[in-house]
Design a protein around this ligand. Structure first.
Ligand code: TXA
Ligand code: MG
Length: 318
């Protein structure tokens, strides 16, 4: 495994069917040529990802997307115009060139144009889209730096394209278009409020997740799982009732002096700063020798919605 910023070398590896980790503004992806079935299969193997969990295709332009989707509706265009390049994934009807392996047999394919200069350079130089899930072992916390990828999947990739820390820090918002409505399948880096502003408040529906039959595995109740037991609770009362234990605290704004370790996501209460730090903070606490991790929820608005979603899943056991 090599880490660097050489998009030409990354492109060569991808043309050979090898795996390359790519930086995006949301999280790092584990990428392969989406039209090469063997390379796509290698993604599932490297992540230990079940085949029922479909992949997102990444491209540099709407023009390229037309190669592999049959239709981009007016509503889809409106969202694309407003949020691409960016943290929005659209689920669109696929052409046969996209294999069932990519979509897990679904008739639709998930697509995104990421907002990251290095990765856009790379994508522009390729004549195929990149299939890329987040570059973490299945079920674990998503990576927001090249070092995160190197630690967990370093021996599985030919190259890690180092684009620095992910600016947004949580995954894309996934939307399915039904008529003139957007159904949010996964809460993420594009705010629900912003979707409503563009489409109208009554045109955006947020799917509440189910653990038993998730439409997308990002909806699995237990996901983003730290190895140390993780609780969502009122922090002062949790600390008071666990005296003598090493309690790691992941808090939004406040610092708790009686905690064993405390990472404050944003002292000034800024949602974007909190999102950008969330996954690194979870990883840092997870490699500590704390007995338990306790976190509190953010206000349920803005990026707080997507952050709380990740925290609830981290806290769900099984
Ligand atoms: O921000 C992101 O979206 C990152 C970066 C790398 O782009 N990618 C990411 O991929 O989070 P992943 O594989 O960890 O999550 C993608 C989600 C999965 O839960 C998958 O089930 C869903 O997208 N998905 C993919 N194709 C789909 C489809 N055809 N219909 C519905 N959901 C789909
Ligand atoms: Mg993922």
């Amino acid at each position: 495994m090599i880490i660097g910023t050489d998009t030409k070398l990354a492109a060569d590896y991808l043309r050979e069917g090898k795996l390359v980790a790519i930086p995006t503004e949301t999280v790092y992806g584990l990428a392969a040529n989406a039209y090469n079935a063997e390379a796509v299969a290698a993604i599932f193997k490297a992540k230990n990802r079940p085949f029922f969990d479909p992949l997102i295709l990444h491209t540099a332009s709407l023009h390229q997307i037309k190669d592999f989707v049959t239709e981009i509706s007016d509503t889809a265009y409106l969202l694309a115009e407003n949020f691409w390049a960016g943290a929005l994934t659209l689920v669109l009807p696929k052409k046969p060139i996209v294999s069932d392996l990519v979509t897990s047999g679904l008739p639709d394919v998930a697509v995104r144009i990421p907002h990251h200069a290095l990765t856009l350079d790379l994508l522009e130089s390729l004549d195929f889209p990149l299939a890329a899930p987040s570059a973490n072992p299945f079920g674990y916390i998503s990576p927001t730096s090249a070092a995160h990828v190197a630690t967990q999947l370093g021996d599985q990739v030919a190259y890690i394209l180092d684009g620095g820390c992910s600016r947004i820090g949580i995954e894309s918002t996934i939307v399915r278009i039904v008529g003139d409505k957007a159904i949010v399948l996964r809460k993420g880096g594009v705010r629900i409020e912003d979707l409503r502003r563009i489409l109208g408040a009554d045109k955006v529906e947020v799917l509440s997740h189910s653990s038993s039959r998730p439409e997308v595995p990002g909806q699995l109740k237990s996901h983003y799982s730290p190895k140390i037991p993780f609780f969502l609770c009122d922090i002062p009362s949790f600390l008071a009732s666990h005296e003598g234990k090493k309690i790691a605290v992941l808090s939004f704004e406040h610092f708790y002096a009686s905690a064993y370790i405390n990472i404050v996501l944003s002292e000034r209460g800024d949602f974007a700063e909190a999102a950008a730090r969330l996954f690194s903070a979870m990883r840092e606490l997870d490699v500590s020798d704390a007995d338990m991790i306790v976190a509190d929820l953010l206000p349920e608005r803005d990026l707080g919605i997507a952050i709380n979603d990740r925290l609830r899943r981290a806290a769900a056991q099984g």
